[in-house]
Design a protein around this ligand. Structure first.
Ligand SMILES: Nc1ncnc2c1ncn2[C@@H]1O[C@H](COP(=O)(O)OP(=O)(O)O)[C@@H](O)[C@H]1O
Ligand SMILES: [Mg+2]
Length: 366
């Protein structure tokens, strides 16, 4: 049986990874230097996939943590230390831990063969965060510099408002570690790395990850649809133009198109069919989502489905019948902040092209 050659949802590597040659080079160059790196893009643009690929192609030790799944400074320290245990010999770690100001309880979990770590709850976090971060620096050496990747870094403030300061204060003294911060909330990440008063101001090189170019994605899609139908070129063009080269949604749509062609190679319009199918599948989610929007936001979203009128123009304001530009502006900001819209320069567009289509359909059919 043939296997669908498209993949979406989780981290991708070859053979599902395409393009990004320039970005990969750049990331590798930075990691080979003494600099730190922040990669910023909306959700599902491929940050995690990119960094994983870059570090997989190196032979360095990598400590990776997703802050979405961490819930307190204590948890941060415990999870960090747990990952140090995966990288270095027990005895060296033990020597280091004996010098901690607060010694955690370390126990071997026989089910996973990994250590479980607990810091005394309620103890002030500064000392143990500092000790844990410094431990890695001590275990490292100039010839063996580990890479630390903190994914979804915009979550840092949720752990503790002082967390950013704590981390910066320690990390800035480290010379044997490259720190990499990935973040999906563009505005929050920019606050963290580009606002003068932020502890991470100018801490590392900030890189924005764009969508994958439509041309590059066309190659990837058409290569995989080639054997399915002689119409594969036109079909691939419609796929990438519908998604605008959004990494996740392009793979998702191509996946659905492939399935349709697999069932029926003579399907007359597999792209429209796949879009319909996907929208129907998510109908309930979209309906729930729609119910959460303020009326202003609904007007803006509907306006953005209508035509190419820039959202910050007087024409747009007139079209959506919102008289104050400032209302539109704050609505756009809110929608970008929540990840429903993507801002490129002065232009705003939907993150999810299927959601955009859902709005159009709903308004046409009722
Ligand atoms: N280089 C790539 N080539 C092809 N598809 C990609 C690429 N990067 C990401 N994707 C698609 O996007 C999805 C989300 O990627 P991910 O790395 O999890 O993004 P992020 O970390 O930015 O949220 C992947 O499951 C895959 O479908
Ligand atoms: Mg990610």
């Amino acid at each position: 049986m043939k296997i669908n050659p498209f993949k979406f949802g989780t981290v991708v590597d070859d053979p599902f990874f395409t393009d990004r040659t320039v970005e990969l080079e750049r990331v590798k160059e930075i990691l080979a230097s003494n600099n730190h790196l922040a990669i910023i893009s909306p959700r599902r643009f491929g940050k995690t996939s990119l960094i994983r690929k870059a570090v997989r192609e190196s032979d360095r030790k990598v400590l990776m943590m997703d802050l979405q799944l961490i819930n307190s400074p204590e948890d941060f320290a415990a999870q960090y230390l747990r990952r140090i245990y995966r990288l270095f010999p027990l005895e060296r770690i033990r020597q280091g831990i004996l010098k901690f100001r607060i010694i955690p309880v370390v126990s071997l979990n026989p089910a996973t063969n990994e250590v479980d770590i607990a810091f005394e709850p309620g103890a002030p976090p500064h000392p143990y965060i500092e000790d844990v971060l410094n431990l890695l620096e001590k275990l490292a050496s100039p010839g063996h510099r580990p890479i630390v990747i903190l994914d979804e870094f915009q979550e840092i403030g949720r752990l503790d408002p002082a967390m950013g300061n704590m981390l910066r204060a320690v990390m800035q003294n480290h010379t044997r570690i490259n720190y990499v911060f990935l973040g999906s909330q563009e505005s929050m990440m920019r606050e963290i790395f580009e606002k003068k008063k932020s502890p991470f101001y100018h801490f590392g090189i900030v890189m924005s990850l764009p969508k994958i170019g439509q041309e590059a994605f066309y190659e990837y899609v058409s290569d995989r649809l080639k054997g399915m139908t002689k119409n594969y070129r036109a079909i691939s063009v419609s796929v990438v133009s519908f998604t605008g080269g959004h990494p996740y949604y392009t793979q998702q749509l191509a996946f659905a198109v492939w399935n349709i062609l697999h069932r029926n190679p003579a399907a007359p319009d597999p792209v429209s069919e796949a879009i319909e199918e996907t929208i129907t599948m998510h109908d309930l989610d979209y309906e729930r989502l729609w119910a959460t929007f303020l009326n202003t936001d609904r007007k803006i979203l509907i306006g953005l489905t209508r035509n190419e009128t820039p959202a910050l123009s007087a024409k747009f304001a007139k079209m959506v019948r919102i008289h104050a530009q400032s209302t539109i502006f704050s609505g756009l900001k809110r929608l970008v902040g929540k990840g429903y819209l993507i801002q490129t320069g002065n232009l705003y567009d939907f993150d999810d092209p299927f959601f955009r289509q859902w709005i159009i359909r709903r308004r046409e059919t009722y």
